[in-house]
Design a protein around this ligand. Structure first.
Ligand SMILES: Cc1ncc(COP(=O)(O)O)c(C=O)c1O
Length: 413
């Protein structure tokens, strides 16, 4: 290989700490390194085919099973017929009508004034957070807040905004951090609605109260909650805050919605400014129009009587799993949301447990550093409304066999 600067740059990455961490585990346990699987096919019962083997997929955020829903699929096809694959322009120039309708329908569903759609939740956070603040303001983020919240905060920091992290889900420490910040014009406080690695919900009412007392706006990334949590699936903020007038809510259109994109709630006035100031909105392309037609259809489903059945199936599946795990002596985090997490601790143990479950026919994600703290590796189960009862029960038996041993070892240590 010739020694070009690009080759040097590539081989230099071998010395990067994260690369060395992953390569170490890859070398030690090539068969347990499950970060790069290729799925060959999927079926209606959450079956997933990998290397010719059928597994039950417990790693999907399509919590309501809408990725297979005939009405959603028909809307996508209608969208392709109407708009083609993509309209190929930034929304700074124009938006297809389906985008405008989708934003209005999301606002109607959430009972808020307006919404603004971005191509993903990541791009919402990278666009909106720096757009909302200026040099006299501060941004504080929960220390376990999603990576994209923290990246959005870093972009604001690069533009001269003071930023910081506060201890996870701790209202008293947030109050202290705001008090210690000295003079500021406004603060933006960023948290997850449901923490993606633990399935837990922060004390939103207390955080909101502190924000109001200290000229801060609460910014809730509710990516995992939209469509599944709270009344009508409208998310954690709507469930825990009686008044949303000091809160911005970010939702996902890719998880329970099974479409594509992210969005933020806003007033019409704020929407205008976000459209001018969010670089990811101005300098990037939009959600492909067929998906916007599908978002409209999903909103209609969420506002129809059918939603109750989808939500009932999901919550019955979550309850069945949590009950089964508890009955087998397995402790887990969360339990009220579709993300059910078991703390394993050691990275190798978590990767091994994921592989053992895989061999038994269940795909569950092993999550290690840096997505969680070092030596706090977890197994994360994502429950869906279209998981079959026999598969939930089968997973409980498999987890009892695989994880039971590992948790016992931890308790004894
Ligand atoms: C809280 C949170 N925010 C943002 C994201 C990223 O969403 P997207 O894939 O739409 O960028 C995720 C994805 O899991 C998430 O859990």
């Amino acid at each position: 290989m010739s020694l070009t600067p690009l080759n040097e740059l590539t081989s230099g990455l071998k010395r990067n700490g994260l690369v060395r961490f992953f390569e170490h585990y890859e070398k030690l346990h090539p068969d347990t390194h499950f970060k790069d699987l290729t799925v060959q096919a999927m079926d209606d019962d959450r079956g997933m085919w990998i290397g010719g083997k059928r597994l039950v997929n417990f790693g999907s955020d399509s919590f309501l099973g809408l990725d297979r829903h005939p009405r959603v699929l028909a809307a996508l096809k209608r969208g392709v017929d109407a708009w083609g694959a993509h309209n190929g322009t930034s929304r700074a120039f124009s938006s297809v009508e389906a985008n405008v309708v989708a934003e209005a329908k999301l606002a109607q569903w959430l009972r808020v004034e307006d919404t603004l759609i971005y191509p993903s939740v990541t791009l919402t956070n990278l666009g909106a957070i720096p757009a909302l603040v200026g040099r006299q303001d501060i941004v504080l983020c929960d220390q376990l807040g999603h990576q994209s919240l923290q990246e959005g905060m870093r972009l604001a920091q690069a533009a001269g905004v003071r930023t910081g992290l506060f201890p996870h889900a701790d209202p008293d420490r947030l109050r202290e951090a705001l008090d210690d910040a000295g003079e500021y014009r406004q603060a933006l406080v960023c948290v997850d609605g449901i923490y993606s690695m633990s399935g837990t919900v922060p004390p939103l009412a207390e955080l909101d109260k502190i924000c109001r007392e200290r000229r801060a706006v609460l910014y809730v990334d509710d990516a995992h909650a939209m469509g599944v949590h709270g009344e009508g699936g409208r998310g954690t903020a709507l469930e825990h805050l009686s008044d949303l007038s000091n809160c911005l809510i970010v939702g996902s259109l890719s998880k329970a919605f099974s479409c594509f994109g992210g969005f933020i709630t806003c007033s019409s006035a704020l929407k205008k400014y976000l459209k001018m100031r969010s670089t990811s909105f101005v300098f990037g392309g939009p959600v492909p129009p067929p998906y916007l037609e599908a978002v409209c259809e999903v909103c209609d489903i969420l506002m129809s009587p059918e939603y109750a059945t989808l939500a009932e199936n999901l919550h019955a599946n979550i309850a069945r799993l949590v009950r089964g795990l508890a009955g087998s002596g397995i402790s887990c985090l969360g339990g009220k949301t579709p993300i059910v997490t078991m703390v394993i601790g050691d990275e190798e143990d978590a990767l091994r447990a994921g592989k053992d479950l895989y061999d038994l026919g269940y795909y569950v994600q092993s999550v290690t550093f840096p997505a969680v703290e070092y030596h706090k590796a977890v197994l994360r189960i994502q429950v869906n409304s279209n998981h079959r009862i026999q598969d939930i029960d089968g997973l409980v038996r498999a987890v009892a066999e695989v994880v039971g041993k590992s948790q016992q070892k931890r308790r004894a240590a």
